[in-house]
Design a protein. Structure first.
Length: 133
């Protein structure tokens, strides 16, 4: 379900570095974290922002931000709800990679599983890109 949500941005990934930053206790104001107190606050801000395009994929709410980031919000029935993942294409050392940040306000085991799912998807997407698929 996450695969299709980030397919567009992941296909553009050329590099091999894919950091994932899990955030269970959000710290606003840094480039490495989601700068909101909660997934609901992130969603409210995105809904008020011009140029953000919303869609759904496998019950996930997807927001394509005007800054190029893709936001994925867990559906109500997801074990890690409420959570949000933010992916954006970043240029570093002459290459590109997907930077992924996750804010999870669920129980730790569900948050750990969500993080693992993002890491696995990022790895698979990069392998597909390197293979030319």
């Amino acid at each position: 379900m996450l695969k299709m949500a980030c397919l567009t941005i992941c296909i553009a990934t050329i590099g091999s570095l894919v950091p994932v930053h899990a955030q269970t206790h959000p710290a606003a104001g840094t480039d490495r974290t989601i700068p909101y107190a909660s997934p609901a606050a992130a969603l409210a801000d995105l809904r008020a922002k011009n140029g953000v395009v919303f869609s759904t994929n496998a019950d996930w709410l997807i927001a394509k931000d005007s800054d190029g980031a893709n936001w994925s919000f867990t559906p109500d029935h997801h074990p890690a709800h409420p959570s949000v993942g933010r992916r954006r294409l970043v240029q570093h050392n002459g290459g590109f990679y997907v930077e992924t940040q996750i804010m999870c306000h669920a129980e730790k085991p569900a948050c750990d599983k969500l993080r693992d799912d993002y890491v696995l998807l990022d790895r698979r997407m990069n392998e597909a890109i390197r293979a030319g698929k």
